[in-house]
Design a protein around this ligand. Structure first.
Ligand code: ADP
Length: 256
């Protein structure tokens, strides 16, 4: 079977002229593709057995009279739910990466989107006494897929609450600049140490594994955020100061 050869081109200054280097990346690309396919297949295969284990556990828990045994079963159920969340997040990333997920873009009201996400997370925020502040202007419109943008904001605001401090704040703002709508999620939380920042958008990367797991994190949230921004032709940036807080900025093309 014929396979196209893929090259990567790099240009260097050399003496009076320039040097062009072509690297054959066919094998690398093939490897990347098969790795992605593998993750997609494994995630898909795990989905059904996990759902079955979960429903069996739920049934047994309901009927179990022994308090001690029930507690153990509840722990098993909690871990099964963690597993299900990981698999669901992986499937979302896989679909976005493959481009197989079609985006249904339309004009959305940014303030309303933020308020829907705040409503979904209000209880968690109240539990740790974090204030949610929606500073988005009523008239800000954003051209995006509603479900995807909801998921993006949900992940960013969820993190902004989880990695906050008691009595802290989460502020969401939006502005328009050079053809982009910029959504900004800021928190007054623990911040991210400088040396970790280049890696936080990678799958399963966490600054503090135990804290993240305790808070129910899969380590995939920011990877989802990145893929949603990219699939819209946008990008995401972060600015953070350890001990003071973080600001995540999502750029989405206005395209109207
Ligand atoms: P998780 O499920 O662990 O929250 P994410 O992909 O959403 O995974 O985030 C990756 C890591 O980046 C987190 O484990 C945390 O260490 C760090 N992080 C993300 N958002 C924030 C934030 N707002 N403040 C501080 N740290 C954050």
């Amino acid at each position: 079977e014929h396979e196209e050869v893929e090259y990567q081109a790099d240009v260097f200054p050399a003496g009076d002229g320039t040097l062009l280097r072509l690297t054959d990346i066919t094998k690398f690309k093939r490897y990347e593709r098969s790795k992605k396919e593998f993750v997609a297949n494994v995630s898909h295969e795990l989905k059904t057995p996990i759902a079955i284990i979960k429903s069996i556990l739920e049934t047994i828990i309901e009927e179990e009279k022994d308090e001690g045994k029930r507690r153990l079963l509840e722990r098993a159920l909690k871990r099964t739910e963690d597993l299900r969340n990981i698999v669901e997040d992986l499937l979302i990333i896989t679909k976005l990466e493959s481009g197989e997920e079609k985006l249904h873009k339309k004009m959305l009201n940014a303030k309303e989107l933020v308020s829907v996400v705040f409503d979904m997370l209000r209880e968690i925020a109240q539990n740790i006494n974090v204030e949610l502040i929606n500073e988005v202007d009523e008239n800000t419109k954003v051209y995006a897929d509603e479900d995807k943008l909801n998921l993006l904001l949900l992940n960013l605001v969820d993190n902004a609450i989880k990695y906050n401090k008691e009595g802290g704040k989460v502020v969401v703002k939006a502005r328009t600049e050079k053809g982009y709508v910029i959504l900004e999620v800021s928190d007054t939380g623990i911040g991210i140490p400088k040396e970790h920042i280049p890696f936080i958008f990678e799958r399963f990367y966490r600054v503090d594994r135990s804290r993240s797991r305790e808070l129910g994190g899969t380590g995939l949230g920011l990877s989802i955020v990145k893929h949603i921004a990219l699939s819209h032709g946008g990008k995401v940036e972060v600015e953070s100061k350890e001990g003071e807080g973080s600001t995540f900025r999502v750029y989405l093309p206005q395209s109207i």
